[in-house]
Design a protein around this ligand. Sequence first.
Ligand code: MSP
Length: 510
Amino acid sequence: MSRTFYVTTPIYYVNDVPHIGHAYTTLAADVLARYKKLKGYEVFFLTGTDEHGQKVEKAANTAGETPLELADRVVKRFQGLWEKLDIQYTDFIRTTQERHKKGVSHIFTKIMAQGDIYLGEYEDWYCTPCETFWTETQLIDGKCPDCNRPVDKLKEESYFFRMSKYQEQLLAHIEANPDFIQPKSRRNEIISFVKEGLRDLSVSRTSFNWGIPVPGNEKHVIYVWFDALTNYITALGYPDEQSAFKTFWPVDVHLIGKDILRFHAVYWPTFLMAAGLPVPKKVFAHGWWTVEGQKMSKSLQNVVEPNMLVDRYGIDAVRYFLLREVPFGLDGDFSHAALVHRINSDLANDLGNLLNRSTAMVNKYFDGVLPAPGPQTELDTAFREKTEAMVRQLDACMDELAFSKGLQAIWEVISAGNKYIDETAPWALAKDPAKREYLGTVMYTLLEAQRIVHLVLSAFMPRTSAKALGYLGWTEPCREEDLAWGRLAPGTLIVKAEALFPRIEEKEEK
Ligand code: MSP
């Protein structure tokens, strides 16, 4: 049976254009998806857009468009950016699609039919930008506790989901599955939240129209979060349980930002429990990016536009930086200086130089024909073992979504490679005909280690890796077994590499 892996990003609201916050989650999902493919998994990687709700309706009114016109326009911005960032998703779901609306109506009807959705009356505080209801006691100084913006009092007839009924079942699940909510600090927050008591949740609105109608009562539209969360199964073909749904549900990991954890770790699992469906295996909440030390916001005019970053620094540098700079799960700060520093030191200096030096030497000493390895010393075995250990470490890191730590492990091999050159001093070996076979060992070890480095790096920096593997004469598609040592055949033609990353003048960057 083939191993499967299903990873999702949040579906993005179309009332805003994409920024690095959105790019971050999508990129992480892409890296994970590519890595799992490399390891032989059958992968489903889902992203998409969240197009219903009051927020989108308001934005469309302001723009003088219908909500769908707005969505059609903004969705292209997201899809264009994903193409530009080399994101290889399997499917892109829009909540305005028929397949989605059908699935949402189905699950809503099913939960209602069994009595876990009922009609009642609502009176509470509502934060429109967050599309969230708050009780009086949750407000901070009368404002939304999440975004500190003013809230409105809403009283309306509403359908309610009997979330309270699932409190114990959810708690038991969280406690029995330590990996379900990550990172750990966030898991603790959710446990306290659930222990405080779950109230029934309002899951319909009558105050606006832009949404999926409640089946059988068209005065109501389904609450945007109930609608949005369901995308993770409707995209797989739910309610047709013989579709991709059968193969890929429950999801291996929902990647999200920390601000939307409660929706994914409390609301969503309880909806699924009510519908009699398995809950996600893992929900991972990453941190937020600030920009040059400040919160990113339209009013501060400091929103970092990923298109601009790619035009300025190149796709792979941006992909590398975002995942390397900050441990996934923690908050981080974006600055041009930090990005340029990473490009110059990690990419141009360490990674690029190692490839240049070694491919140049094979050309100089062996006319570009990879020699067979000869006798081994401790230096060669140690370097080889370090490379092999990295492959295992990286695997563990990817399971923990520790992208930065994984990249660090790869870079330790790169630094060890540069050091290995200094220690073996191939230029000296080349002068002594008696050392020619050992020179072969050094060249082989260097290039074989880099073949493995670039195979695993292909998940992070696909273009750079493809280029580097080309110089190394590796034209095979990447398969898991190719991560083993010794697959690069002696006799392979090695091309002298051009600089992978040109250095950038540091002082120019602001
Ligand atoms: N539509 C909902 C998600 C529904 S999922 C069923 C939504 N959309 S959003 O467009 O507002 O936000 C999407 C994601 O962007 C969230 O995961 C959020 O954490 C992330 N980010 C927004 N700003 C961010 C930063 N400054 N830094 C990192 N991520 C940020 O919420």
